[in-house]
Design a protein around this ligand. Structure first.
Ligand code: COA
Length: 159
């Protein structure tokens, strides 16, 4: 059984992430989308909020598990019995960082391979920061995030 881990901050999950995840589910038997508890990155949503929003956004996908983890991604992948780390590439600018990350992970464990999927062009410019900026300035984010994220952020904003 080919299990892939799709790690990231997902703060919040976007339609770009879902695009990568969806393709991953067609290639692998199971994809575990895992929110990394990254203390170095200032977060907008808590880990629990992000996990819950991902769960609501992936209900239509059967072979997806949603989780969170702390520490090294590679160690988490080993614990989950995964052979693959799944990452999305939006533009050439992602490449250098992703190459370093994948080489570091490969040096830590050569058994686990990183597979890159290219995001659809219409999602190329999306990042969680762009979405937060549009949202916090009153813009419409419905084109960029799944419905549960939009609904949750709008509700949270009114409180
Ligand atoms: N669609 C939309 N946005 C995308 C995207 C896509 N397909 N792919 C990446 N992004 C965006 C994210 O929204 C995020 O935007 P932001 O910076 O505005 O928040 C940005 O690209 C990068 O985010 P992400 O893919 O979540 O990566 P990250 O750098 O936050 O985290 C980890 C990467 C968690 C996988 C990595 O840091 C990690 O493995 N950490 C654990 C410790 C470890 O093992 N380190 C490696 C060994 S040294």
């Amino acid at each position: 059984m080919k299990i892939a881990i799709y790690p990231g901050s997902f703060d919040p999950i976007t339609k770009g992430h879902l695009d990568v995840l969806h393709t991953g589910t067609e290639i692998f038997d199971k994809v575990i989308i895992a929110v990394a508890k990254n203390s170095e990155k200032k977060s907008f949503l808590t880990v629990d909020e992000r996990v819950n929003l991902i769960k609501e956004s992936v209900q239509h996908l059967e072979n997806v598990e949603v989780d969170s983890f702390e520490g090294l991604t590679i160690e988490y992948a080993k614990r989950k019995g995964a052979q693959i780390l799944l990452r999305g590439l939006r533009a050439v600018s992602d490449f250098e960082y992703e190459m370093q990350l994948s080489q570091a992970n490969s040096a830590l464990s050569s058994d686990i391979k990183t597979v890159f999927l290219i995001t659809k062009p219409k999602y190329n410019f999306i990042s969680s920061s762009t979405i937060k900026e549009i949202f916090l300035n009153g813009g419409d984010i419905s084109k960029f995030v799944p419905a549960p994220v939009e609904e949750y952020l709008n509700k949270r904003n009114k409180c």
